[in-house]
Design a protein. Structure first.
Length: 110
């Protein structure tokens, strides 16, 4: 009879090898290399007009029901302008608009 081959005999090939660590390049070297290779920068371009930054609206109002509706961009712009003018959250502007519409509808007919 022949001897069986040990399937685990060559496992020493899987020994853990520690990679050689290279020092990280400095930001100046990275910038120079990116300019040489034409890699685009993520930094904003100088002299370019930036989009207007809107102030975030964070209010603690107790309102917790979302009302997802579709509208036009013009309607959204008007809502934002009114909210900015009144310094109120969208929910308060909507509530005031609905109250005004109700008064108009309940008023005398023309």
């Amino acid at each position: 009879m022949s001897e069986r081959v040990n399937p685990l005999a060559n496992l020493d090939d899987f020994a853990v090898k520690t990679p050689e660590r290279k020092p990280k390049p400095t930001p100046d070297v990275i910038e120079q290399l990116s300019q040489e290779t034409g890699f685009p920068s993520r930094q904003p371009r100088q002299g370019r007009a930036a989009a207007p930054v809107r102030k975030q609206r964070r209010y603690t109002t107790g309102r917790n029901v979302q009302i997802p509706i579709k509208g036009t961009a013009e309607t959204r712009t008007q809502l934002e302008a009114l909210a900015d003018e009144l310094q109120e959250p969208f929910g308060e502007v909507l509530a005031r608009a609905l109250a005004a519409l109700r008064r108009e509808l309940d008023g005398p007919l023309k």
